[in-house]
Design a protein around this ligand. Sequence first.
Ligand SMILES: [Zn+2]
Length: 311
Amino acid sequence: MIMKYRDKPAKIAGYEAMLKRLAPNHPKRTMISDALYNHVAGIGGEERVDDALSYFEPDYPFLIIQDLQLPNRAQIDTLIITEDCVIILEIKNLGGQLRLRSNPSALDQTALNGQRRFFRSPVIQAETAKIKMESILKSFNCPLPVETAVVMAYSSQFIENVPPGATVWSADEVLIQLNRRNIHTRLLTPAQMEQLAQSLLSFDLEYQLFPLSTKYGIPLSDIEKGVFCPRCQLRKMERTGRRWECKFCNLYSKDAHLEAVDHWFMLCKSTINTNECKNFLGLTDLDAAKRVLKRKGLIEVGGRRNRTYHQ
Ligand SMILES: [Zn+2]
């Protein structure tokens, strides 16, 4: 049973919105575009593993949590809970020639065009997640041991120099490897497994990626305001009457600002008031801002004078 599905599209939309609204020479741009690159590259691999696991039907109970966020910046791509252990899958989707280096550990990638990049070692990432998971399980008095496997999206993605003791599978063999496992000792009942999953998910709920300005320490004044044209993307629209107009591609839109309000929540703050909305969208009066926020169907909090809106 899957307890939580991953929501990568929301993260990607957030990073894309930030890149759209940061100046080309902004110091945090590289960090944001690296995060976007990693998320986009990761998606293909995670989809392949999710697909493989959809055929996982062992004769014992199991729970799956996709994309679990734990305290202290620990993130797990896929977590499988069974009656006798917890399995962490660290999923990678990287082409080219891959080699693990040690002292210090890194994954050395030489792409087909010869370009070389270094990544955090997935073996070290999985081992670090294991240590953090073990300490969380201990705090819950949960007796389950933790196992890890690095999963490569395709069997052509071969890692050289894997240290002894580390497990690396390809997405194609995840199902076979998991089916080979037998339950040795039933340490938890199905009800206890579910309780454990719910406790782990409560960490996930506390984790907030948005607003990205807080996560990346970007002042709100660095985030470009305005409504972007949905057709030519990088041009700003102007308000003419109750419509938005792109002077560049002549597009008229009644609701182009709705995306900008989404950007506000992803990038700036978790709440918005009419004044912030007016400034961010470039509206001329507060009534227009109020209409926009009402139309967005947001939750209203507070009285007339200090009303804020939430998603
Ligand atoms: Zn346009």
